[in-house]
Design a protein around this ligand. Structure first.
Ligand SMILES: [Zn+2]
Length: 475
């Protein structure tokens, strides 16, 4: 996700990334404990999505989605709660959505749909470990000016186009209202089986590692253990493919010249190599970079072109590609709730972006410049929910990144940051973390006796599913 002040931050950061400054921290050997047991946060459900998608020549989509759900909580559920984000745009008068039917285990289901809240009543409760199969039939057209779920430049972007089961925690559904800023949806890891049919003249790229370019007009896509499934249906892209460490990198461009596409491909190859070496393996066979639309991360595929509809200048676009690729590790593989804990993917993605830049020969971490950048961001911590910032997401993006650097300044610097990320990834891949767990891990990793390293930037009593509370200034 990206915001306008994030752009300003990025410009400043790009300048810093281009300059090398202060040297010097001691490089203490990592003190990795083998007895630490990570505690991931459960989605409290297990889900399998079977989706059949048909697009006709008028760009109308027909979807049949079958979702198998296991209740992995201890409670009996009387309703199932989904995000149905296409309805947001319908309610705004953009695009169309018609639900034909919703069935549970073959029987018509009662449901309500308001904004993106789709609630399905369960006539007989779903007990712990019980299973239900929900079938959805619906049609939609994409809005021209949606958000992620949108049509742009003749291309069709199907983000969050299917009903996505919300996470369940603390005995209730963890479903917040949709917002146009930030990612307000949170889902568990799931398996996807998608069949599709397209009219002539389009090619499809997606979260699936098994789609090929150009795509056939119909086919089957699969993805395992991903948070969501994104599909881009493109018209006449230019494409470059390059295999690095058994991962196929594909870059899709539209107005860019071939040299620029090659440059983006080389950056992506270099970053992928660095992140795999430094953080851990990218677990899928393919990564797609689509240079169009709003810059955004999805599992196995990212878009990078604009922020708030303004095309990025080339240097910032390159930096954005690195940021979006970093999200594959922080969001895609280590999960977090992007509504209540957005800093855990945005801050870490930015941190990894800087780490990549600062790790180059003759570069150092410019701590003083980093601290100057967060002057004025003292009043709030970085781990509040999206609705508590009133749009001031520089806390989520910028302050969190700089405070992560601060954690390492006196504790081994860049080399230790690399070791830390490797250990963090090893412990938390395919798990969800929250601030509390991050603190627990970090205290263990550095053998910290108290919480003083976090007081300046993290609200220490935060936890999953907490309701919005106004933050009282503690410092
Ligand atoms: Zn981001």
């Amino acid at each position: 996700m990206n915001r306008s002040y994030f752009v300003i931050g990025c410009f400043i950061l790009s300048l810093i990334l281009l300059s090398s400054c202060k040297l010097g921290e001691s490089s203490n050997p990592p003190d990795v404990k083998t007895t630490f047991t990570p505690k991931g946060i459960s989605a409290e459900s297990k889900t399998k999505y079977n989706i059949n998608l048909k697009m006709n020549s008028s760009e109308m989509f027909e979807v049949k989605a079958n979702i198998d759900i296991i209740n992995d909580s201890k409670d009996t559920w009387n309703e199932l709660v989904f995000y149905l984000i296409p309805n947001i745009f319908t309610e705004m008068g953009r695009g169309t959505l018609t639900i034909q039917e919703i069935k549970i285990d073959g029987e018509n289901a009662k449901y309500t749909l308001e904004e993106d809240n789709l609630k399905i009543q369960l006539e007989s409760g779903l007990v712990s470990k019980g299973e239900r199969s929900v079938e959805f039939s619906y049609k939609f057209t994409l809005p021209e000016n949606g958000l992620r779920f949108t049509k742009n430049n003749g291309n069709l972007y199907l983000a969050q186009f299917y009903p996505m089961l919300a996470t369940y925690r603390n005995h209730s559904w963890n479903k917040e209202d949709y917002r146009l800023q930030g990612e307000t949806y949170h889902t568990g890891f799931s398996d996807f089986h998608v069949t599709y049919q397209l009219p002539e003249g389009y090619t499809l790229v997606s979260t699936s590692p098994n789609d090929s370019y150009p795509s056939r007009d119909k086919g089957t896509l699969q993805a395992s253990q991903v948070k969501e499934f994104f599909i881009a249906i493109l018209q006449n892209p230019s494409a470059i493919e390059k295999e690095v460490n058994q991962t196929n990198i594909r870059v899709f461009g539209f107005d860019e010249d071939t040299e620029f596409l090659k440059e983006i491909t080389e950056i992506a190859a270099d970053v992928l190599t660095y992140f795999e070496k430094t953080i851990g393996q990218y677990p899928y066979d393919q990564i797609d970079i689509v240079l169009d639309g709003m810059s955004m991360e999805y599992p196995g595929i990212v878009t990078a072109h604009s922020i708030d509809n303004t095309a990025l200048p080339p240097d910032l676009l390159k930096k954005t590609v690195v940021h979006e690729l970093a999200h594959q590790w922080f969001y895609g593989i280590i999960s977090n709730d992007p509504y209540h804990e957005a800093w855990l993917d945005e801050g870490f993605a930015e941190f990894a972006t800087y780490l990549y830049a600062y790790s180059r020969p003759n570069r150092n971490v410019p701590y003083e410049e980093l601290y100057r950048m967060i002057a004025g961001l003292e009043s709030m911590p970085v781990n509040l929910s999206l609705d508590e910032y009133g749009g001031r997401t520089s806390y989520i993006y910028l302050k969190s990144t700089v405070m992560l650097w601060k954690l390492f300044e006196q504790r081994g610097g860049l080399k230790e940051a690399e070791e830390f990320l490797k250990t963090y990834y090893d412990y938390y891949k395919f798990k969800e973390v929250n601030s509390k767990e991050f603190i627990r891990f970090t205290k263990y990793y550095f053998n910290l006796k108290d919480d003083s390293a976090f007081k300046e930037w993290l609200q220490l009593n935060s936890g999953v599913g907490r309701t919005s509370t106004l933050y009282t200034v503690l410092f």
